[in-house]
Design a protein around this ligand. Sequence first.
Ligand SMILES: [Fe+2]
Ligand SMILES: [Fe+2]
Length: 278
Amino acid sequence: MDATLTTPAKTRLEPTKISNETYLIHDHAGEGQGPVAVALNSMVIRGAEPVVVDTGMAENREQFLADVFSLVEPKDIRWLFISHDDVDHTGNLNALMEAAPNATVIVNWFMTERMGASLEVSPLRQRWVGDGELIDVGDRKLLTIRPPVFDAGTTRGVFDTSTGVYWASDSFAAPMITPVRNVADIDAEFWNEGMMTFNQYVAPWITLTDEAKFGATVDRIEALGASYIAGCHTPVIGRDRIDQALIATRRSPFASVQPPPDQAVLEQIQRTLLAEAA
Ligand SMILES: [Fe+2]
Ligand SMILES: [Fe+2]
């Protein structure tokens, strides 16, 4: 019997400083429940006009808000950048906007359409920004750049032109054996394989793309010359690992990867749960 199925432990990671005034807010799922854990991060840029980037899962609300407010006062938050409208990026959008009275949420038209009434923010507190636009946040400019791998057409990443940190949303996702702060703490081969696997799970359409056209989307990220890549589903990727992350992404459409867990895996989980209950 696997007692961890019902009582998973969860490692607490305090925010990680990525770069000057830039912090990764950690959360993750799967620890103690499956063979791997998956990061569910967000980010804070503490500039002249503080920016929160994505908001994590609703189930982590208390910790998310505590982590963000340990770095910036709610009234000082000026912007909330949402990369796309999936639940692991918008879980605390409304809660943060309610707690941060001076914040404007940066979304786009299609996100507001897709979120419908679940977006409880007045248009007066919204700004719509598409791919390839510059956002002036006082002491720095943020450039929106759609990442190569994404699972919603609304997606834009964001590149801080002052620190060189790129927020890649769902791109560069990879599994972790245990929660870690930096991909340098993950075995390089496991990380490489994991990223290609996750890229195909998140965006199966990449296998249908033209190699040159998909490659051009990776070139666009490479051209940024990022100092660090951060994302919702990856620990921090430092300069020494960025080249490998770009290579793995470029190869992802052509990689042979393990299929995701299927009905047989679910039945194994069900048998374990029933044995526990007996
Ligand atoms: Fe997503
Ligand atoms: Fe995501």
